[in-house]
Design a protein around this ligand. Sequence first.
Ligand SMILES: Nc1ncnc2c1ncn2[C@@H]1O[C@H](COP(=O)(O)OP(=O)(O)OP(=O)(O)O)[C@@H](O)[C@H]1O
Ligand SMILES: [Mg+2]
Length: 249
Amino acid sequence: MLKVEHLFAGYDSKIVLKDISLQFHRGTVTALLGPNGSGKSTLLKAIDGLIKPDNGAIILDTMNIDAMTKNDIAQSIAYLPQSGNSYPSCNVFESILLGRKPYISFEPTKHDMEIVEKTINNFNIDSLAFRTINQLSGGEIQKVLIARAIVQEPEVLLLDEPINHLDIKNQIEILQIIRCYTINYNLITVIVFHDINRALQYADKFVVLKEGYVYSEGDSKIVNPEIMKGVYDIDLDCIEYKGRKLLFV
Ligand SMILES: Nc1ncnc2c1ncn2[C@@H]1O[C@H](COP(=O)(O)OP(=O)(O)OP(=O)(O)O)[C@@H](O)[C@H]1O
Ligand SMILES: [Mg+2]
């Protein structure tokens, strides 16, 4: 289990996260929702140890993230930042192989190569394997970056707006793959979404942040017009269609 306990964290003198306490369970996809600037990316960065808690703690099973080395964290947690990061100039295969870096001491083993091949196949990007990253579309790059996070064989998978550049078919395909990995490998998966309906479709648990606080958390019942009004200040309607809940303007 991943536990966030009374976490206060932010940048320099600016406290962004204020007394966050949450529990994330294995085999579960949690959607992190909330308006721009509410602290979603900051929370993922804190869980990945990239920013230190000013107060409180983040505990993975019995280990305090703050006390773990970078390499230990990389063997346990894979983090895909919000887009806008720089990409390596290598090809797709090599770029995904970089996800194995926390395990490689001298040169990649047969297992490293096999897991990369298998993941490329699962992500249906075999035809891109030997293209360089700068020859790919935004959506294709996003798939490669998610595949790289997967080959890291993490226990915790943190994805910040992973479907942003993807067309609707790729969104469904990738979220389905992430869900399968979460269940098959018993991962703790946390995904930042702006699309509430996509979150409802693929997540088991929901955390809604507002101004650095947890405004609400729970199962899909908390994703309702009243709570969404409270955080996004917008009036939504809700319908049930073919067993799915949909919120719309
Ligand atoms: N590197 C930084 N230095 C200082 N302040 C930052 C930094 N990164 C983010 N912030 C501030 O922290 C607050 C939370 O930002 P964060 O990126 O966590 O929001 P978010 O919920 O991910 O928003 P978005 O939906 O726009 O990605 C914002 O007020 C933002 O301006
Ligand atoms: Mg963000």
